[in-house]
Design a binder for this molecule. Structure first.
Ligand SMILES: O=C(O)c1ccccc1NCC(=O)[C@H](O)[C@H](O)COP(=O)(O)O
Length: 207
């Protein structure tokens, strides 16, 4: 069994990038969605991305952004992966010639098999809880809604934290887990001890 990859999302400060990297995160997420308390402007994002060492992936998160805005981010920030967290179509996500993942906002009644089929070139599907404001809501969804087979890497998110991530990994065996508010001490302010505890929880479940 391969080890579960870990993404820490919504970083806004240099010390939080260092904490995520030192704890062993595989990816960090930068939020390019202005209404979010975790939003980072391109200049700040470029400063944070410059702190990320080789073999740790820098992910840019967008919500229903104009193509011009995404292109501007790509021109100014070294992003290796795009995360589309809104209502973007396959064509909109695939327009940039970069690897991308698509977030599905899960609630009862959602057809995740159909959702997966409608985004065929996504590198992975990120399953998050349906919340007002699109994401980063710290809410766990009903994991029994996850189909047996989605046909592509599954990134589990939504309300994960150091206390529940081991159980999540044992039950779902996702390709990766993604966390934001569960490792924060305040909106957009990460807590190094919580990041380390989260990573330890994943590794504990990996066995
Ligand atoms: O972080 C935000 O504020 C945000 C805003 C709009 C869309 C997505 C957003 N964040 C997504 C994430 O940080 C994660 O991919 C995921 O939703 C997990 O969040 P959390 O439940 O807080 O761990």
């Amino acid at each position: 069994m391969s080890r579960t990859r870990i993404k820490i999302c919504g970083l806004t400060r240099a010390e939080d990038v260092h904490a995520a990297v030192e704890a062993g995160a595989d990816a960090i997420g930068l939020v390019f969605y202005p209404p979010s308390p975790r939003f980072v402007a391109f200049e700040r994002a470029a400063e944070l991305a410059a702190l990320v060492p080789p073999f740790v992936t820098t992910v840019g998160l967008f919500v229903n952004a104009d193509a011009a805005y995404v292109l501007q981010a790509l021109a100014q920030v070294p992003l290796q992966l795009l995360q589309f967290h809104g209502d973007e179509s396959e064509a909109q996500c695939a327009a940039f010639g970069r690897p991308w993942i698509k977030a599905a906002r899960v609630r009862p009644g959602v057809d995740l098999v159909e959702f997966s089929a409608s985004h065929p070139s996504a590198a992975g599907l990120l399953l998050d809880a349906f919340v007002d404001g699109y994401g980063g809501g710290g809410k766990v969804f009903d994991w029994s809604l996850i189909p047996e087979r989605l046909g592509r890497p599954l990134i589990l998110s939504g309300g994960l934290d150091p206390g529940n991530v081991a159980e999540a990994v044992r039950r779902i065996r996702p390709w990766a887990v993604d966390v934001s508010s569960g490792v924060e001490s305040g909106k957009g302010i990460k807590d190094a001890a919580r990041i380390a505890a989260f990573v330890a929880g994943v590794r504990n479940a990996d066995g």
